[in-house]
Design a protein around this ligand. Sequence first.
Ligand code: ADP
Length: 158
Amino acid sequence: MKRAIYPGSFDPVTFGHIDMIERSAKMVDELVVAILINSAKNPLFSVEERVSMLEEISGHIPNIRITSFNGLLIDYAREVDASVIVRGLRAVTDFEYELQIAQTNRIINSQIDTVFLTTSLEYAYLSSTIVKEVASYGGDISHFVPERLIDRIYAKYS
Ligand code: ADP
């Protein structure tokens, strides 16, 4: 059984993440989407809220599991028996950081490889930070996140 793990903050999940989830789920038997619990990042949404948003938007994908984790990703990947870590690459700025993390992880555990998917062009600009920035000014976020999540995001700023 080939299992991949797709880690991130997903604060909140965007069309860019959903595209990554749909594409990577097709490549493996099971995709574990793992929310990093990192209170230092001061997230807008609680882990529970992020789990339920991810569950709602991935209902159409049968081979997916939504989880959260504390600590080192590479240790959690081993715990869930994943052989692949999936990450998305948007711009050159993502690359340098991601390369360093991927190489570090391979030194810690050479059984687990990192695979990068390049962003779909229509989402190349998109990040959770952009969504929060626009929402905080009451701007239109319908191009960035699924309709059903929009009110929940605005509610954080009202
Ligand atoms: P992190 O804080 O770990 O970067 P994010 O939730 O911002 O968490 O992103 C999780 C993963 O999704 C990362 O690999 C990131 O590069 C990827 N990602 C985010 N937005 C996009 C996008 N628009 N297109 C492709 N990949 C993306």
